[in-house]
Ligand binder design. Structure first.
Ligand SMILES: [Zn+2]
Length: 183
């Protein structure tokens, strides 16, 4: 078990788009294991590689004992027209959560660590997780997805959070297509 330290809000790695995985090698296998171990240790529903300082397009998820795994180079598409509202959190913004609007039903495609194609279809928490984690691979945080009033409140709470080291909290204001489909 190799639990890695989680990068916190303010760390530039969280704002840097991650690179496509090209080599499905032993390092990738170790990365997926580290992500999974760290996610489980922290009790998270998902964890993306940039959150442990690795700029590769990989994330792990664990919604339940039946819904867990990893995706390499993921993309996703919307199924249906529904949305979900509900609290969302992030291991890189520990101890805080705010309501965030997400698609209700999505399907993600990508590869597993052996380079085999994988499809993951999910609603509710799994759909939220897929959207959240793929955002991380683009340097996007869920703060960017909050409505303006909630975002303002969120930044205030972050500035007051014990873990926040006083760095400049840079939030990108609506630069990303919110309902564009592909993460
Ligand atoms: Zn997150």
């Amino acid at each position: 078990m190799t639990v890695q330290p989680i990068r916190l809000f303010g760390d530039p790695v969280l704002r840097t788009p991650a690179a496509e995985v090209v080599d499905f090698d032993k390092e990738l296998r170790i990365l997926v294991k580290d992500l999974f171990d760290t996610m489980k240790e922290q009790g998270g529903a998902g964890l993306a590689a940039p959150q442990i300082g690795v700029g590769l397009r990989v994330f792990t998820y664990h919604i339940s004992d039946d819904q867990h795994g990893h995706l390499v180079n993921p993309t996703w598409n919307v199924l249906g027209e529904g949305y979900q509202e509900g609290p969302e959190g992030c291991l890189s913004i520990p101890g805080l959560a705010w309501d965030c609007r997400r698609h209700e039903h999505v399907v993600a495609t990508g590869w597993n660590l052996d380079g085999e194609p994988v499809t993951v279809e999910g609603t509710e928490k799994l759909a939220r997780c897929i959207q959240h984690e793929t955002d991380h691979l683009d340097g996007v945080l869920f703060l960017d997805r909050l409505d303006a009033a909630t975002r303002k409140q969120a930044l205030k709470e972050i500035r007051q959070a014990e873990w926040f080291d006083g760095g400049l909290p840079v939030v990108k204001q609506s630069p990303h297509a919110l309902f564009g489909g592909n993460g």
